[in-house]
Design a protein around this ligand. Structure first.
Ligand code: CUA
Length: 173
């Protein structure tokens, strides 16, 4: 659906640009006094520039206001389940693999050797959360499971010949 919309939108824009090009080619044959054109279009350019900057500021404030997006959804004083998650060539060492619906979980992700990627997937293989698994560093992924099921953890960073076997499952009841 989204792809069809993107495709049609692209075609419309291509057509629009082609029309503008055609118009410019036709117009360019006609000779006119330059100063008047310059004054008019410099003004237009200024209005266009200011509008763009204003839009940029509005969109930036609107889209960035929820940062940091990976802060825990729960408040202070609650008691999340801390899950030590260690990646290694080629597997996962995870100390808790069973959770309940509504449980607030913090995956503390690190690596025993090289850099890996931690990707948490639901049953339909939609990526829910991801971070890097790096040696001597811990990244925290906050997640509250809302649906029961079998979730998957996959490596998202090419880490050697066994990269593709780095998957494991966790269960939410
Ligand atoms: Cu670990 Cu790819």
């Amino acid at each position: 659906m989204m792809q069809t919309i993107a495709w049609i939108t692209t075609l419309i824009f291509i057509l629009f640009i082609a029309i503008v090009f055609g118009w410019v080619v036709i117009q360019s044959k006609e000779k006119r006094e330059y100063t008047a054109i310059m004054t008019k279009w410099y003004k237009t350019r200024k209005v266009y520039g200011i509008t763009l900057v204003a839009l940029l500021i509005i969109f930036s404030i609107y889209t960035l206001r929820e940062l940091p997006y990976n802060a825990p959804a729960y408040g202070k004083g609650e008691n999340p389940t801390i899950v030590q998650t260690e990646a290694m060539q080629f597997g996962w060492n995870i100390d808790v693999t069973e959770f309940s619906v509504g449980e607030q979980v913090e995956f503390h992700v690190t690596s025993a050797d090289v850099t890996h990627g931690f990707g948490l997937y639901d049953e339909d293989m939609n990526l829910l959360e991801q971070t890097q698994a790096m040696p001597e560093y811990t990244n925290i992924v906050y997640y509250t499971f809302e649906e029961p099921g079998t979730y998957k953890i996959l490596c998202l960073e090419y880490c050697g010949v066994g990269h593709h076997v780095m998957d494991t499952e966790i269960v939410v009841n």
